[in-house]
Design a protein around this ligand. Sequence first.
Ligand code: AHR
Length: 487
Amino acid sequence: MNAVIHVDAKHPGAAINKNIYGQFSEHLGRCIYGGLFVGKDSPIPNVNGMRTDVVDALRKLQVPVLRWPGGCFADEYHWRDGIGPQEGRRRMVNTNWGGVVEDNSFGTHEFIELCRQIGCEPYINGNVGSGTVREMAEWVEYVNSDGDSTIARERWANGSKEPFNVKYWCVGNESWGCGGNMRPENYADLYRQYQTYCRNYGKNRLFRIACGPNGDDTEWTEVLMKRAGKMLDAISLHYYTVPGPWENKGSATKFDSDKYELTLQKADNIEAVLEAHLAVMDRYDPEHHVGLIVDEWGTWYDVEPGTNPGFLYQQNTMRDAMVAALSLNIFNRHADRVVMANIAQMVNVLQAMVLTDGDRMILTPTYHVFDLYRPHQNAQLLETAVFADRLGNGLKQVTASASVKDGVVTVTFANLDPEKPVEVLVDVDGAGAKISGSILAGDPHDYNDFDAPEKVAVKPFTDWKQTEKGLLVSLPACAVAALSFRD
Ligand code: AHR
């Protein structure tokens, strides 16, 4: 045996907020247009304009929450441009992403419709960079008001007498960068002002999210917590895994073993970043009223050759599956403070779940990891200790997390080694004896494409034997597995 995973199933801990398995969709490239939304008149099968194939795949994943409309796009988005009859909507140029025409045919009502079809909660990101307090306040009113105001009546006229009751709202996106290049002091003051006028309507209570830091910038967190920490429910952090300098991030599919190890090392670094921000937050909020949200995370490589550089379209290999497994295990293990995470992005952009080409669709290795991890949603975290050899980059060869829900213990674990299989003793103290498993495995370079859509897929897993010390599992190289234990 080369590794041991010990799980204490007798003392369940914090609940793993299902929103850790959230996603992000921006008006960027082919995420919304073509990926999720094709319009009612499209020959691609759709319901009210939403692609049936993509929605069906996402429903199966039990996506809990979806963030929209950006991203950098959010701070140039004016919600009024996206309501009313689609043909009369204002057109703009998407200056952030590829300079393409944005015809606003996907707006607030379409977003709510998409969330209803997927079965997830909506999370709206307001515009601070180029918007006004009034604009954001009226968006909240338009979306949530159960009263009889001119603004609520506009929503009625646009087809919804019932308010949408959206709970999650963020004030600005990357206000330290594309959202206005602000200093934290300036943003903290603006945040206080904006949130004052984002009202609760009816029984709906807003969950107020402030734009948090870029990566490891703890000064931003410090200033924000000090000046506005009592007026917010969560801070949002962005952390991307970029395996190289910005001008040469590297290919999504062609990489050597050094690049593979660097990618995992960068992904793993999110744990130190989370802990640094949480330490700052603890000083201002020792009772942990404020949560941390990682509302943009994932891999960011050079775009696929031949595609619009502003569209951020990249392939997704088993390397991305390892990043997903590693990151989700880290979020699970910080379940007491990390209350949401939204991978960037849902379709056709960065570390996507789904890729589309015209009417064709494929599921990525990252999709399959989210599928394997579904049982963790709203389960209780179990303390997990991992003993394993180290890779060349210093990371443990094996990453794991575990939870329990309705008496079923789920252990998710990955062999990060690109070449060597590993024998893992999985020793779960206090779990049932009926075991079932699933696995996703392959070469780090393996991916699905439109000609080979099932090259990487989840398979049943039974490669283990019971021993006196626990379950001895043979995990191939570059593999992620989920085992469930029940009575
Ligand atoms: O996800 C792509 C971009 O990355 C987002 O628009 C922005 O918030 C971040 O820099």
